[in-house]
Each structure stands twice: as structure tokens, then as C-alpha cells.
Write a new protein. Sequence first.
Length: 374
Amino acid sequence: MTPVYLQRAALHCALGEDLHTAALAMQQGRTAPAGQFQLHEVHEPRSYLYAAQTGESLTQRLNRLIGETLGAQPQALDDCLLIVASTSLDIADLETQTREHHGFQPGDSTSLDLIAKQLRQSWGFAAAFTLNTACTSAANGLLYAARLLNTGQYTRSLVLSFETPSAIAMQGFGALGLTSPSGQYRPFHPERDGLILGEAYCAALLSREPGANPLARLLGGFSACDTSSLTTTREDGSHIHWVMQQALKSAACTADQINLVKLHGTATGANDEAESNGIRLLYGAQMPALSLLKPWLGHTLGACGLSESLLLLGCLQEGPLPGVAYANSAMLPLSATPQPLAADSMLLANFFGFGGNNASLVMQGCMQGESPCR
């Protein structure tokens, strides 16, 4: 794949209202305060990592996010493709209407691509479409954007991704026994007990040219569906291993060139087992640095492909990645101490979705304040 550049980006999440604040908080080891919701199935509380409450509607927040990403004096967008990647989309709005109407009305239902259509009309994007492939939505959004940029159909693409707090996600994951009763988010811990959901809004502007001060290069990536199960992927790690291999091949690099692997790490039993096995198949005993981000952000579902990529890239600009307190007992060789890595490190980022859709991205961070990375 011909590399494309992440020119500009914005992130609103539980760690902060902008990418710099969130990255600095993570680099300094500060965690976000968790809110709670009541899990109806067992009448127990569960943790949730909320973004700052701004009083904005979803439409207002997404418009602000786009504005932050494009900058104070944006160019005309008639050469720019909009991709909206999310699993929540307008579910939270529909849930509000259902409460107000004391039940769901057929007229409340909206087209899945309505948000993308409205934003295209408001901002003048050349085209827009919506992606929902579970937890790989934003990762696939980045891959599709790169693919279409490389065909020459568009000069730029804005990938917009978000996950809002919704009852259907909270109660659904809880009913499946996937949310953590302890409130401790511990991927790859032998006694891990599930995930903690998180709210996030993020966007990135991609282009074939680097621009003035790009955040990273997207060198390659790969996405595929494992149809061996209705809900998950093969626990022997074989499909995950293959997806990572194909991602590296598309980026014209080898596994030993990777400085850091960003693990998907949901802290659920089958997913962590499958990823652990896949990583071992790829690297054996000689592994690069490994990173976890969900304990800081929460699992932002369809947004995690972008929210976690941005947080990782931002954190590399600030200094060492924080260590993991339980590293000595983890299933994979995580680091207990801060990990110093160069801002222009080569990164392999994993995102493995419910339903067996698996995606890996290969990126290289850019040194800020210097000539554009190539």
C-alpha cells in the first residue's frame, strides 16, 4: 500500500477534551474517573468511562470535532471523502425518543447513514458513507480511506468515529457476561473479569501528501472476517496471526521492524486468549514492546481503531508509555516500568471485533517540529 498521512486529528475521551491533554494524562499515569450504570440482569453496578459532559447534542459535538480537525481556516472540502465509523451512530438519540414516547415508534427509526449525509451537506464533503464492523469500524475506516486516496478518487479523507453511552451497549455486553464486576480493567491478567466500556469522539484528516506537521504515516493494514464462529475468532490465534502477517506484507515491512505492538486487549476470556496465541505465533519468544490502551480509555467499541491509534501516537510525543502494574503475572510479556520509545517508532496496532472481524494497522509516528516524515 502507498503510505498516507494522518495530517491532523482530534480526540474527546474520558482522559481529556483534546488529544494533547489525554496523551499527557496517560503518559503521566493518570487514569480517568469511572462512572457507573446499573446492570439490570444481576442488579449490580458496572463501571463506564464517560467523556466530559458538555451539554452538546451529538450533532453539535460532531461538528465541533470536525472543526477542530480541519483547523481555523479549512479549505473547501469538495476533494475530501467523509467516512463515519461507529457502532452506536444515533442509538442514544433513539433511546431518548423511546423513553419520551414510552415505547419505540416506527417513525423514530432512521437510516444508518443519516449522520454521514447530514454532515456531508453541512460541510460540503465530496462524498460520505458509514461503516459499522463492530470493534474494527474505525480501523476499517482508516484502511478504506487510504485505499480510496490511493486510487486518486479523493485528495483527502476525514475519518470520523464515535461511541456514545447507550443502554443497548451497556446492558447487552453486561447480559453476555463481558463487563467487569470488579471494575478493574486488566487485559491479559490470569484473573481478568471483563471489559469496561468508554465514550469517545475522534477524527483524523488523511491525505497522500504530508502537510506541514503530520502526526503519522499509515503504511499498511489488513482486515478480514473469521467465519469459524458467530461471535469471536479462533482461540488458537491462527486467524489473528494471518491478519497481522498480511498487514505487515501490505506495509512492505517485517515483524522484526516493529518497535511496538498495540494490543487489542479486551480483558475477555476468549479474545485475550486468541490474541496471546496470535502474538506468540508471529514473534515466538522475542517480542517487541507491547502496549495496552483500553484500561485508560475504556473499550470504545467501533471508535477504538482511531481513538486508540491517536492516543498512542500522542503519548509517544509526550514521553515513555506507562507500565502495567500486574505485568509480572500477565499472559504476555508486558512491561512493569515506563517504556521509552521514539516518536517515529514503527507500530503494529490490533483491533479484533465481535463477530470475528479482525484488523491490524501498520503505522509510523512522525517527529513533531521537524521536516515531514517519509
